[in-house]
Design a protein around this ligand. Structure first.
Ligand code: G3H
Ligand code: 13P
Ligand code: ZN
Length: 284
């Protein structure tokens, strides 16, 4: 079927009390793995592209890959820009065929983040694209947020209310203890903060940096209102581990399909596992 928007998928997830997986893609095999996993689980799915993915694969290639995969698939699929950096980039992606964008104004002061998000929202509304914003700083595991620094980085519930009321944004990424990349220890999500945010903003919440967060914490976050769960690092790990294993098993192999095929299969399996944890199996 044609691509759908993230807003459409999250509205259904909100009603059903589950979350939709948002999986980062960088190449054809990962796109195919995401779609194959979604089909095997009969689940809706979001395929997203980061700055790095766009640079690596090219915007038009990503759109062509995902559009074609969606057109040939019976499950609903959205194409989303991950951590969009500017109004111009969001417009460029929407024009190229993305059905949804994230405008990440989290590094700006609140008023500037609000103004930027509103600008992207106005454009998105005009063409039916959905918009995600970020409040608080999610950062990377290398940022090493100490307990004392928590208050400076984590999303303030009252500020979230102000932000959502001022912008009318469709979904909000929050900082509640996750980070991008591989964790050094076990993350401990701030559920009290998440519950407070959800009570004040009546929109779907997005969890970034979800690779490596234990399943029970992911499930609790979904129970408290998370409706989109972003996964990249676990895909990288599965893909590269399987490719490495294939090469090590046959160091003289010269056929890329013999390396990338198993990588695609391993990626599909970890995505199926995630979809089950998110509760979106059977929700296509
Ligand atoms: O949000 C973070 C993603 O993992 C993006 O990483 O720009 O290296 O693709 P990347
Ligand atoms: P991880 O790489 O930690 O899974 O984070 C993905 C993400 O949040 C993409 O926006
Ligand atoms: Zn992210």
């Amino acid at each position: 079927m044609p691509l759908v928007t993230v807003a459409q998928l999250l509205a259904k997830a909100e009603a059903g009390g589950y979350a939709v997986g948002a999986f980062n893609c960088n190449n054809m095999e990962i796109v195919q793995a995401i779609v194959a996993a979604a089909e095997a689980e009969n689940a809706p799915v979001i395929i997203q592209a980061s700055q790095g993915a766009i640079k690596y694969a090219g915007l038009d290639v990503i759109v062509a890959l995902v559009r074609t995969a969606a057109a040939n698939s019976p499950v609903p699929i959205a194409l989303h820009l991950d951590h969009g950096t500017s109004f111009e980039q969001c417009i460029q992606c929407i024009t190229a065929g993305f059905t949804s964008v994230m405008i990440d104004g989290s590094k700006y002061p609140l008023a500037e983040n609000i103004a930027l998000t509103k600008q992207v929202l106005a454009a998105g509304r005009a063409v039916g694209a959905s918009v995600e914003a970020e409040l608080g700083k999610i950062g990377g595991t290398e940022d090493d947020i100490t307990v004392n620094a928590k208050d400076a980085f984590f999303t303030h519930p009252q500020e979230a209310k102000e932000f959502v009321e001022a912008t009318g944004v469709g979904s909000l990424a929050v900082a509640i203890g996750t980070a991008h990349g591989q964790y050094k220890g076990v993350p401990q999500l701030d559920f009290a903060r998440l519950a407070e945010i959800k009570a004040l903003v009546n929109i779907p919440i997005v969890l970034h940096g979800s690779s490596g967060v234990p399943d029970d914490q992911i499930k609790e976050a979904i129970r408290l209102g998370v409706r989109k769960v972003n996964i990249d690092t676990n895909i990288r790990e599965a893909f590269v581990a399987a490719a490495r294993q294939a090469i090590m098993a046959n160091p003289n192999e010269i056929d890329p399909r013999k390396v990338l095929g198993p990588a695609r299969e391993a990626t599909k399996e970890i995505i199926r596992d995630k979809i089950r944890v998110f509760g979106s199996s059977g929700q296509a």
